[in-house]
Design a protein around this ligand. Structure first.
Ligand code: FES
Length: 66
């Protein structure tokens, strides 16, 4: 199994906040249909809600800050 760090997708867990995904990834719903992520502040970055309060699940909408 190859472990080229430059080509790996990285997920960073922010406690009480989002899971930040950097790298190629496809997000799908329960039916297997792709879900388009909202525009990211940092291009190529996707944030999944880890706090449960987002109104745009599965994506983070910043509600964890309140
Ligand atoms: S982690 Fe940001 S709204 Fe849940």
């Amino acid at each position: 199994m190859s472990h080229d760090p430059a080509s790996q997708t990285r997920i960073t867990w922010k406690p009480s906040g989002p899971y930040v995904i950097e790298g190629p990834v496809e997000i799908r719903d329960n039916n297997g249909d792709p879900i388009e992520p909202p525009p990211a502040k940092i291009p190529g970055q996707i944030k999944l809600c880890g706090c449960g309060m987002s109104r745009t699940k599965p994506f983070c909408d910043g509600s964890h800050k309140r």
